[in-house]
Design a protein around this ligand. Structure first.
Ligand SMILES: *[C@@H]1O[C@H](CO)[C@@H](O)[C@H](O)[C@H]1NC(C)=O
Ligand SMILES: *[C@@H]1O[C@H](CO)[C@@H](O)[C@H](O)[C@H]1NC(C)=O
Ligand SMILES: *[C@@H]1O[C@H](CO)[C@@H](O)[C@H](O)[C@H]1NC(C)=O
Length: 262
């Protein structure tokens, strides 16, 4: 028995050390391509793709080739595996949560076994929709405060936004939280809109609210992006124009009156 244990250990040690695990995220129901590189020198070897289930920790074989034979697909995977033009690369279709785990492509040549590819696959559901609600608005003549809550089915996050006539800022900066399902929920400011973003590695959903719709003092005009100077300049130009116009009107009026008197 001990010789088998030693052999087993040798195989494991060799198999583990020979390649890095690549993390891959797949949306539930979609496919994954399992690639073997250096496929050219595999003609005289046996190739096996196996799967180590994340939750049960059981290892099963997906497909195997022995020395230039047709591939043999395991009964559990019949109809779920497609072969690509590139030999020994397989496409596993319609992934479900139970397919999360490590996929290993092993090559047996002579006496040793080499792990050529190792993918740690995580199957995720797309994230649920989010809703951004404005809880309260308090405003004065020159400032406006907004409290919002961004919520999903299983979590929510609140944040306060403060605006003056020119700019808005988020109290404490971007807020974020990891939901119970492992997705991330974030609230942040993009230009003059509050964005709520619910995302995981395979999908995201958002809800956006324009600050102007709640804060009238904050007009969100070009003054915001261009800074104070443009607004000031406009006011100054407008005022000077008005003064000149009024002066001209008065002068003409006086001139006409004087002429009449003569
Ligand atoms: C396998 O290769 C294909 C084509 O080059 C690529 O689109 C795919 O993402 C690869 N699979 C993985 C799990 O990296
Ligand atoms: C908004 O919040 C700031 C900081 O907390 C405060 O100084 C300001 O008075 C508030 N404005 C209004 C209109 O409530
Ligand atoms: C939401 O977050 C995801 C992940 O960070 C990102 O790819 C996406 O562009 C974001 N969407 C918006 C509208 O900001």
């Amino acid at each position: 028995m001990s010789i088998f244990v030693i052999l087993g250990l040798l195989v494991c040690v060799k198999a583990q050390g020979s390649s890095a695990v690549t993390p891959v995220f797949v949306q539930k129901g979609e496919d994954v391509m399992l690639n073997l590189t250096e496929a050219d020198d595999l003609e005289n070897s046996a190739v096996i793709w196996n799967f180590n289930n994340k939750s049960s920790n059981e290892v099963s074989i997906l497909v195997r080739w022995f020395l230039r034979t047709e591939p043999k697909v395991s009964p559990d995977y019949t109809g779920r595996i497609e072969f690509t033009v590139k030999k020994y690369c397989v496409k596993l279709k319609n992934l479900q949560e139970t397919d999360s785990g490590v996929y290993t492509g092993q090559v047996f040549g002579g006496v040793d076994v080499q792990t050529r590819a190792e993918y740690s696959v995580t199957v995720q559901d797309p994230v649920s929709p989010v809703k951004l609600t404005v809880d309260s608005v308090s405003s004065s003549s020159d400032s406006c405060n907004l409290t919002v809550t961004c919520s999903t089915q299983d979590s929510h996050i609140s944040s306060i936004f403060t605006c003056d006539t020119k700019t808005c800022s988020q109290e404490g900066g971007e807020r974020s939280e990891v939901t119970t399902s492992g997705a991330s929920l974030r609230v942040y400011l993009v230009h003059d809109s509050i964005t709520c973003n619910h995302s995981n590695q395979v999908s995201w959903t958002k809800d956006v609210t324009k600050i102007q719709d709640f804060c009238s003092q904050h007009d969100g005009s070009e003054c915001v992006s261009a800074g104070i100077s443009v607004c000031r300049l406009k006011t100054v130009v407008f005022s000077i124009g008005l003064i000149i116009m009024v002066s001209v009107v008065i002068s003409v009026h006086v001139y006409v009156k004087l002429k009449k008197q003569k």
